[in-house]
Design a protein around this ligand. Structure first.
Ligand SMILES: [Zn+2]
Ligand SMILES: [Zn+2]
Length: 371
């Protein structure tokens, strides 16, 4: 298999969460070409679970890749840039899928003693595929649930050849945050007859900033970012509506709950103080990625001894990943894989270094052999 070519073909057809129809059919074609009696392929929505039977299985080792792209217009100028206008594999999930296919091919050609399962998971970027996929596996196909599960995410800021992870918390709890305010609009010269939502939204925005500084334990940590604030229609009409869009990040599920409680009570006080209606929508919520301690130590030891690989103990980050639902249910490990790109994740010019593909599947296959 030519992994570079596969990656480029996948890169051309990015699709967003639960719309990964072409991607799924492309993956099925590639896997179909591996024609082997050892493979069982099962579809779940736009994703796939692929089982490879081992020769004397004691357990099932799992690999998970996400498969979705983002609603971003690509600006790399590469010859294999996205052919889907307005969409791009800007989070490296094309690389992730290709690594998974490379690993799958090795597992098929040189079966392990143990069974292996590769999960091609849709909708990581939203609305979140891990949780429903896991629920489906548990209720419908528990035989496809691995005993231990691994995954990587490319890290543009690290050079190719570097892998980085840590035991315990790797990524934060995350929640989207959408707040809508509805008051009473009117003529700019008659404010007393209106309920101005531009003013109410400005007040709310400032009050939200006090949650992390005044309500979160200083020895804990959290982020509350409002990335978008909009209100009103034109310069001489008082705004009837306003909207705040943002995200919350915390290091424990408990502090996520308490930050949300505080958001809700500040919104109630805005309703009262500005005589308006405020509604909150939390959108997509992801649970923290909690790496299994033993898997993390075993993986780091293995990586340290491997020539050509730099193994690094990373810090936790306030980024989110729905892989957290797997780490809640199973012993699981996610790690960063260096992919040296000048531009970061979710950037329209992200261009991961494809040399990653030349060694990563074999690096993982050899690790699976040891499990
Ligand atoms: Zn992403
Ligand atoms: Zn991603």
């Amino acid at each position: 298999m030519d992994l570079i070519q596969i990656r480029r073909e996948l890169h051309e057809i990015p699709e967003i969460g639960f719309q990964e129809f072409k991607t799924q059919s492309y993956l099925k074609t590639i896997i179909g070409n591996m024609a082997s009696e050892r493979i069982e392929l099962v579809e779940w929505r736009t994703g796939l679970a692929v089982k490879v039977s081992g020769s004397a299985p004691r357990k099932t080792i799992g690999w998970r890749t996400d498969i979705d792209g983002l609603p971003i217009s690509e600006e790399t100028g590469l010859p294999f840039a996205s052919r889907h206008e307005g969409f791009m594999h800007a989070c490296g999930h094309d690389i992730h899928m290709t690594v998974a296919l490379g690993l799958l091919e090795l597992l098929v050609e040189h079966p392990l003693d143990n069974d292996a399962v590769i999960l091609f998971q849709p909708a990581e970027e939203g609305p979140g595929g891990a949780q429903p996929f896991l629920e489906w596996l548990e209720t419908e196909r528990p035989d496809l649930l691995p005993d231990e599960l691994f995954a990587l995410h490319i890290a543009p800021e690290l050079p190719v050849g570097t892998v980085a992870t840590k035991p315990g918390l790797l990524f934060a709890n995350t929640s989207e945050l959408f707040i809508d305010l509805r008051g009473k609009g009117g003529h700019a010269a008659y404010p007393h007859q209106t309920r101005d939502m531009a003013v109410a939204a400005a007040a709310l925005l400032m009050q939200l900033q006090t949650i992390v500084s005044r309500n979160v334990d200083p020895m804990d940590s959290a982020v509350l970012t409002i990335g978008k604030l909009s209100a009103g229609t034109v310069q001489n009409i008082i705004a009837e509506r306003a909207r705040l869009e943002g995200t919350i990040r915390t290091l424990t599920p408990e502090s996520m709950a308490s930050v949300k409680k505080r958001v809700e009570s500040l919104c109630r006080s805005i309703e009262e103080g500005y005589e308006c209606r405020v509604s909150i929508d939390y959108g997509a919520n992801y649970r923290q990625v909690d790496n299994d301690e033993q898997l993390a130590e075993s993986f780091l030891r293995y990586a340290q001894d491997r020539s050509g690989i730099q193994a690094v103990r990373s810090k936790a980050a306030m980024t989110g990943e729905d892989f957290g639902y797997f780490t809640e249910r199973l012993p699981a490990l996610m790690f960063w894989a260096g992919a040296g790109s000048e531009f970061g994740l979710h950037h329209a010019k992200l261009a991961p270094d494809e040399r990653l593909l030349s060694f990563m599947p074999e690096f993982l296959y050899d690790y699976f052999k040891l499990r």
